[in-house]
Write a protein that binds this ligand. Structure first.
Ligand SMILES: [Zn+2]
Length: 237
């Protein structure tokens, strides 16, 4: 069984129940989650009961039903609205993050009456800059689309991860090391979420998590991978 990854910010909310489950473990039976497409589409939970009824990369939980996402290197992002006690689960890979899925989730939560200042965000296990290499060809259009503070979301030198439990990814493209959790954090701050209300658990799927957690590692070693479900809900019945 994998390590139970927790968020200090979400643990402080007594009305919230959530999990970043280990890879391969089934989600709660009643969880709502979309057919994920790396898009910026965010829907309410009733649109994805049963699961995958529609295409979406973010699900807002209006009641007590758990809302979930499945990932294998992309960011699982769980959001709690302290004002109205609503929640959201967002699948944010590089493509979806650049497409604005996180800003869209904040916007949709605010449609129900809250403000970004009331949101608490936890960024769960995902590939970290210690193992996420992008080629220069991939970076160029990304760099052109980003500005200001977003340009420090990558490193020329591969960062060392002192918490790695297996070897970090080897450089294969003479590229850069991209910090996707940092990009997500900056996007959320731009959307109005206070930086103190955003937590990155800092748990790399490639070099730290249980075996079978990383899509990228599977492409390097054909080692297999399974989806990691992350979910959040308001406590109650
Ligand atoms: Zn790593």
């Amino acid at each position: 069984m994998g390590i139970r990854v927790r968020s200090t910010l979400l643990d402080a909310l007594e009305w919230v129940e959530y999990a970043f489950q280990p890879a391969g473990e089934a989600p709660p039976d009643d969880a709502a989650y979309g057919h994920q497409r790396h898009s910026a589409t965010v829907v309410h939970d009733d649109s994805n009961v049963p699961p995958k009824r529609c295409e979406s990369d973010g699900v807002i939980g209006l009641g007590v039903r758990p809302v979930a996402v499945y990932t294998a290197d992309c960011l699982p992002v769980l959001i709690a609205d302290r004002q109205h006690r609503r929640v959201a689960a967002v699948h944010a890979g590089l493509k979806g993050t650049l497409a604005g899925v996180l800003e869209r989730a904040v916007e949709r939560l605010c449609e129900t009456g809250t403000t970004p200042a009331h949101l608490c965000v936890a960024i769960g296990p995902a590939i970290a800059p210690c193992c996420y290499e992008l080629s220069e060809e991939m970076l160029t259009p990304i760099a052109q689309s980003l500005s200001g503070s977003l340009t420090h979301c990558w490193h020329r030198e591969q960062p060392r991860n002192s918490l790695a439990v297996r070897p970090q990814a080897n450089a294969t493209q003479n590229g850069i090391w991209f910090n996707l959790p940092q990009l997500a954090t900056e996007k959320l701050i731009q959307a109005g979420v206070p930086s103190a209300s955003i937590e990155n658990v800092g748990y790399c799927t490639y070099c730290m998590a249980e075996p079978g957690s990383s899509y990228r590692r599977n492409t390097h070693f054909n080692s297999g991978y399974q989806s990691r479900y992350s979910w959040i809900r308001r406590r109650g019945s």
